[in-house]
Design a protein around this ligand. Structure first.
Ligand code: ADP
Ligand code: ASP
Ligand code: MG
Length: 418
């Protein structure tokens, strides 16, 4: 069971979480719980690091930001004990959750859960702080924002759990963010492949890595709400959204429990920024000269367009990077202006990426044209396009994000009936 930040925000909410955990444990289940820091706490800790030292050492940053989860894991163990349950916390270094050393975005390498499993078998609930791990050098690491989802899936895999239930502040995965579109519909199930794509283009209900790991390790995942009353349906009755294999999805469709849509969901991402390099020489190697230094600096480039060559053998190159990396990317490129040979560098953070995702589009033509037509009907200009087999993304002005998501939700027939 994993509980997110809103579910853990304050002792009263933690008491409700403890109630849900106790109910599960009472059904003869061995239960491991992964918790997030209280909502807003990680942001607060990140700010402290910035104030202390703008060029902070990522290893010390991890020491600071990992602390939010230490607090909630201890508090949940205490609350469970107060309800008469046997429970203890297991910090990342105690389990241990071994990770790579890339501070601030470490990947989990292995979880050795033998000691924890022995205690689970003895009827003790394990409470594990999400987001944190231990590097080979013996230092505290964190897994990147939203990383408690990945901790939960990794723990589930390590203890061979029957299921990994991700409890959050919405009762499942919706066709789009229900906080933006009131007519968003809850999905009974979504495939790993679609969920992976949705998460990677901005549906932050699950961290992307957690879905990738669940798919690889075959962990059965359910997303459901922790904001439930006493008479709520138990998690084993699957009240939330299940993340399933293609085969399971086929069975649900055949059984009439799910409908096949061309588009399953829509996501948006306001955290990217656009960079345009003008008058880049139109010759072999030019693009490699731009992207190699960014890759070396671990800056992820997403959408890329190389415009039609101008006369004089020059071209403009446009691409996006995470907003958080914009200043770094700009500085790296400025340093290499001579080698790359561009004229101007233009940046813009006021952009958003809107993506439509669905395995149905593999076998159906016209999904892209519906997107372009619906947006143009509302006067929304598309600045860039990128696609994968099951996704189409467009870059638009940030101010038009909510409108675009709503328009597309209606255009693909995803609106819930009143
Ligand atoms: P937690 O703190 O529990 O990890 P998050 O804030 O990380 O919770 O994720 C839950 C949020 O994800 C919801 O409140 C919702 O606004 C957002 N969200 C974005 N896209 C979707 C979607 N397609 N379905 C459900 N929730 C979504
Ligand atoms: N507390 C961490 C964050 O806010 C991890 C998580 O909540 O998943 O990013
Ligand atoms: Mg989250």
């Amino acid at each position: 069971m994993k509980f997110g930040g809103t579910s853990m925000a304050g002792t009263e909410r933690i008491r409700r979480v403890a109630g849900i955990v106790r109910a599960q444990a009472a059904k003869d289940s061995e239960v491991a719980v992964v918790v997030s820091a209280m909502a807003g706490e990680t942001d607060r800790l990140v700010n402290f690091c910035r104030e202390a030292n703008a060029l902070y050492d990522p290893a010390e940053y991890d020491v600071v930001v990992a602390s939010g989860e230490q607090v909630t894991s201890g508090l949940l163990a205490l609350t469970l004990q107060s309800l008469g349950c046997k429970a203890r916390s297991w910090l990342g270094w105690q389990v241990p959750v071994a990770t790579e050393s890339a501070h601030g975005k470490a990947r989990i390498a292995a979880i050795t859960a033998d000691a924890m499993i022995a205690r689970l078998e003895a009827g003790e609930i394990a409470v594990v702080p999400g987001f944190q791990g231990l590097s080979e050098e013996g230092r505290v690491t964190t897994l990147g924002r939203g990383g408690s989802d990945t901790s939960a899936v990794a723990v589930a895999a390590a203890i061979d759990a029957t299921r990994c239930d991700i409890y959050t502040d919405v009762d499942g995965v919706y066709t789009t963010d229900p906080r933006i579109v009131a007519k968003a519909r809850k999905l009974k199930a979504v495939t790993y492949e679609e969920m992976l794509e949705l998460a990677s283009v901005g549906a932050k209900v699950l961290q992307t890595r957690s879905v990738g790991l669940a798919m690889k390790a075959g962990v059965r995942l359910q997303v459901l709400s922790s904001f439930v009353g006493e008479d709520a349906v138990a998690a084993d009755d699957l009240p939330g959204t299940l993340i399933v294999s293609d085969q399971e999805m086929d069975e649900l469709v055949k059984g009439g429990e799910m409908e096949r849509q061309h588009v399953t969901g829509i996501a948006h991402d306001k955290n990217e920024a656009k960079i345009i390099l003008t008058r880049v020489p139109d010759k072999p190697g030019a693009v490699a000269d731009i992207f190699a230094p960014l890759a070396d600096a671990s800056i992820n480039v997403d959408m890329i367009i190389q415009n039609v060559g101008r006369d004089k053998g020059e071209t403009d190159v446009t691409f996006t990077v995470p907003q958080a990396d914009l200043a770094r990317a700009q500085a790296l490129l400025e340093d290499r202006r001579g080698e790359i040979g561009f004229n101007r560098i233009i940046t813009d953070s006021q952009i958003a990426k809107i993506s439509v995702v669905g395995v149905g589009m593999k076998s159906h033509a016209g999904v892209a044209s519906t997107m372009f037509r619906s947006l143009s009907d509302r006067g929304i200009n598309i600045q860039a396009i990128s696609t994968s087999e099951i996704k189409i993304s467009v870059m638009i002005d940030e101010d038009e994000t909510e409108l675009a998501v709503r328009v597309l939700h209606t255009a693909y027939g995803l609106d819930a009936e009143d």
